[in-house]
Design a protein around this ligand. Structure first.
Ligand code: UD1
Length: 363
C-alpha cells in the first residue's frame, strides 16, 4: 500500500518548494500525496498562478483561512488541519519553511502523533521578535525528520539537541531555480497605480519588501522608498498585497517616478528580474538565496542574518533601512567563487524523498 503523505502549504515560497518535491514524490508509486492549502495566500497572483506555472497538483483540500492576527490565523488553521488529518488519516505530514501554515500543521500533527517531516529545518535568525523564528523553532522541536538546506542549519539543529533526527539534503529552492530558470521570460509588469503595462527598463534594481520589520511603520517603509528613489537606475518593486495601500500612498507623497510599484510577479518572472537586475534589495529569505544562485549582488533590509551562507565575498550584505546604510552595502564589490555551493547541487528534492523512505523503513 502506498504511504499516505499529507503536504501542508499556504504561502508563496512553500508552493515553489512543493513543486519540485511533489514531482519527485509522484515518481514511483511509493507515495500517495494529498496537498492541503491552508489559504494563507489567496490572491490569484500569490497562489493559483504558482500552481499553474509550476505544475503543482491542485490542492485536495483548501481551507480558505487567511488574514487576522497571528493567533487568529494560526488557531483557525490548527482546528481545520486537525479535522483534515483525522479524516484523511495520513501516515506522514510534510511541512516547509516557517510560516503560520507550517506551525499550525506541526502542532496539529504532533498532537495526533503523526510523524512530521520538516523541510528547511534548522534555519535560525536568533531574533526573538521575528515571527517566523518562533514558527521555525516550534516546528523543528515537534518534528520527526528534520531536513536541512545547509550544513550551518544542521549545526543549529545539533546545538539544540536534535542532531539524531537531522540531515543535510540541500535546498529545494536551488532545485526549483535550476529547473525553472530556462523558462524565465521577460515579465509582463502591471502598474499597481493604474493597471497599465510597464516596460522593463534596460538597467534596473529589483526590490522586494514585505516583512513586518520593514512595513510595520510608515517611517521605515518611507525611508526604504526614498532610498530607492535615489539610486542611479529605476527600481522595480512588486508589492505584496499587505503593503499595497501603504506603498502607494508613501510614493504618492514623495512624488518620485524612480520607483515603479507593480503587481506581484510569478515565480519565473521573479527569476527573470533577479537574473537581469543590477542588484537585488530585499527582506525575503527566498530572494536572498535566488540572488545568490544567480550570482547577483544582494542587499538585505534586516538586522539579522537568515542565510549567513550567502554573506560571503560581499555577495549579500545586511543594511539598515536608511540611505547611508543601503548605499554603503550596495557600493561594495562582490566576489563570486563559483565552487562555493553551500545549498547543495540541485538534487535536494531527490534526497528529501530518499530520506523520507529511509525514515519509513526504519520506523
Ligand atoms: C508570510 C510568512 C512569511 C513569508 C511570506 C511569503 C508568516 C508569519 N509569514 O508572510 O514568512 O516570507 O508569507 O510571501 O506566515 N494578503 C492578501 N492576499 C494574499 C496574501 C496576503 O491580501 O494573497 C494580505 C492579507 O491581508 C494578510 C496580509 O496580506 O493579512 C499578510 O499576509 P500573511 O499571510 O499574514 O503574511 P505574509 O506577510 O504574506
Amino acid at each position: 500500500m502506498a504511504i499516505r503523505i499529507m503536504t501542508v502549504v499556504g504561502a508563496r515560497p512553500q508552493f515553489v518548494k512543493a513543486a519540485v518535491v511533489s514531482r519527485e514524490l509522484a515518481k514511483d508509486g511509493y507515495f500517495n500525496e494529498s496537498i492541503v492549502h491552508t489559504g494563507q495566500h489567496y490572491d490569484a497572483n500569490m497562489s493559483q498562478a504558482f500552481f499553474d506555472e509550476l505544475g503543482i497538483p491542485e490542492p485536495d483540500i483548501n481551507l480558505g483561512i487567511s488574514g487576522g492576527t497571528h493567533a487568529e490565523m494560526t488557531a483557525a488553521m490548527l482546528v481545520e488541519l486537525e479535522r483534515a488529518m483525522l479524516r484523511e488519516q495520513p501516515d506522514m505530514i510534510l511541512l516547509y519553511g516557517d510560516t503560520n501554515s507550517t506551525l499550525s500543521g506541526a502542532l496539529a500533527a504532533a498532537k495526533l502523533h503523526i510523524p512530521i517531516v520538516h523541510v528547511e529545518a534548522g534555519a535560525r535568525t536568533h531574533s526573538a521578535t521575528n515571527p517566523e523564528e518562533i514558527n521555525r523553532i516550534c516546528t523543528d522541536h515537534v518534528s520527526s525528520l528534520l531536513l536541512a538546506c545547509t550544513t550551518e542549519n544542521l549545526k543549529n539543529l545539533k546545538r539544540e539537541g536534535l542532531g539524531e533526527k537531522s540531515f543535510f539534503v540541500g535546498d529545494p529552492m536551488l532545485d526549483a531555480f535550476m529547473t525553472f530558470s530556462s523558462r524565465a521570460v521577460e515579465p509582463m509588469l502591471i502598474s499597481l497605480i493604474d493597471g497599465s503595462a510597464v516596460d522593463l527598463p534596460e538597467r534596473f534594481y529589483y526590490l522586494t519588501c514585505h516583512r513586518e520589520e520593514n512595513t510595520g511603520s510608515d517611517d521605515v517603509l518611507g525611508s526604504i522608498l526614498r532610498t530607492a528613489a535615489s539610486f542611479d537606475f529605476p527600481t522595480i518593486y512588486p508589492v505584496h498585497p499587505r503593503v499595497k495601500k501603504q506603498a502607494m500612498s508613501l510614493l504618492d507623497e514623495m512624488g518620485s517616478d524612480k520607483v515603479t510599484l507593480v503587481e506581484p510577479v510569478s515565480y519565473t518572472e521573479s527569476i527573470y528580474l533577479t537574473n537581469h537586475a543590477e542588484q537585488v534589495i530585499t527582506d525575503s529569505g527566498g530572494l536572498q538565496r535566488e540572488a545568490f544562485f544567480a550570482g547577483v549582488k544582494c542587499t538585505t533590509l534586516l538586522d539579522f542574518e537568515v542565510w549567513p551562507e550567502t554573506m560571503v565575498g560581499n555577495r549579500n550584505i545586511l543594511a539598515r533601512p536608511n540611505r547611508d546604510s543601503v548605499l554603503s552595502a550596495m557600493g561594495k564589490q562582490q566576489h563570486v567563487d563559483a565552487s562555493y555551493a553551500p545549498f547543495g547541487s540541485g538534487d535536494a528534492s531527490q534526497k528529501i524523498v530518499e530520506m523520507i523512505k529511509r525514515y519509513i523503513k526504519e520506523n
